[in-house]
Design a protein around this ligand. Structure first.
Ligand code: ARG
Length: 284
């Protein structure tokens, strides 16, 4: 009996020593006690939404660095209906679809045009916005239609549908195509005289021209530009999330919340569309 108790003592001592070693190794290993993890409520999944936030009024950063815009409000409203949590992460346009494919982003909302080519590598929600290419030139420009750009220097955002349209007209490898990492950069170059025209989504051009009167721009429309529609992009095969999003989209279209967001951004005269203008800030 005395032997037994010594053995027991040694066992207990051994155990205690082992506990000490574990504790010394780092508190992190101790923290998630398996029982506690199992009984805790599962934390809500936060879906990461990638957006190239240099594309007002669809997505941009306000003075506080918050990502705001039409797309953002649409996705927030959709997420509320779908009962999911979302978080927006500013993501450069070049590489935004790779981030989606690799799973670094669960969705991309970035005024993304639904195209047959893109459908080959990603899934799209139902369309949520109609768009078309539009040309921006200086007020003094003689450009009257898209074909007039044929021998001019044209700025586009790399890899956009604007880039595609201009590549078709001028030839993909034409040195007259100046590609920029953002649409505002292309428009700044137009103002500086480095390019003769910029081709980009109508909503963004109209917004920029209206808010930069000093640039002395005008816009030129052309019926030959094919109609485009924006969709929320998801990784191919993510059907469960896609169904939730489409259901949410249908609900916000049906109950008027989509229309309310739309008129907030596009129903008012262009001068009031500016996301950073005092008028909009006051409406917060
Ligand atoms: N709609 C165009 C496209 O899909 C341009 C979108 C660019 N969006 C952005 N946030 N930079 O190609």
């Amino acid at each position: 009996m005395k032997l037994m108790s010594t053995r027991r003592f040694l066992q207990i001592a051994g155990l205690t020593a082992a506990t000490f070693v574990l504790a010394a190794c780092g508190k992190k290993e101790e923290a998630p006690a398996p029982a506690a993890v199992a009984s805790a409520p599962a934390p809500a999944r936060v879906y990461v939404v990638g957006t190239d936030a240099a594309y007002a009024p669809f997505e941009s950063q306000n003075e506080k660095g918050e990502i705001v815009g039409f797309d953002i409000e649409v996705v927030q409203a959709v997420a509320a209906k779908a009962g999911i949590e979302v978080k927006f992460v500013n993501t450069p346009w070049e590489g935004i679809f790779n981030a989606l494919g690799q799973g670094d982003r669960d969705m991309v909302v970035s005024a993304v045009t639904i195209t047959e080519e893109r459908k080959g590598t990603m899934d799209f929600s139902d369309p949520y916005f109609d768009a078309q290419q539009l040309i921006a030139v200086k007020e003094t420009s003689k450009v009257a239609k898209f074909a007039d750009l044929k021998r001019l220097k044209v700025g586009v955002q790399t890899g956009t549908t604007g880039d595609e349209a201009v590549s078709k007209l001028l030839g993909k490898t034409s040195t007259n195509i100046k590609r920029f990492e953002s649409t505002p950069l292309a428009l700044k170059e137009l103002e500086a005289g480095g390019v003769d025209a910029v081709v980009a989504d109508n909503g963004v051009i109209i917004h920029y021209v209206a808010n930069n009167p000093g640039g002395k721009f005008k816009t030129v429309a052309d019926k030959d530009f094919v109609p485009e529609q924006y969709g929320i992009a998801l990784k191919k095969g993510n059907t469960e999330l896609l169904a939730k999003i489409n259901k949410g989209l249908a609900e916000i279209k049906a109950d008027g919340s989509y229309d309310a967001i739309f008129s907030k951004y596009f129903g008012a005269p262009p001068a009031k569309v500016e996301a950073n203008a005092p008028a909009t800030a006051a409406s917060k």
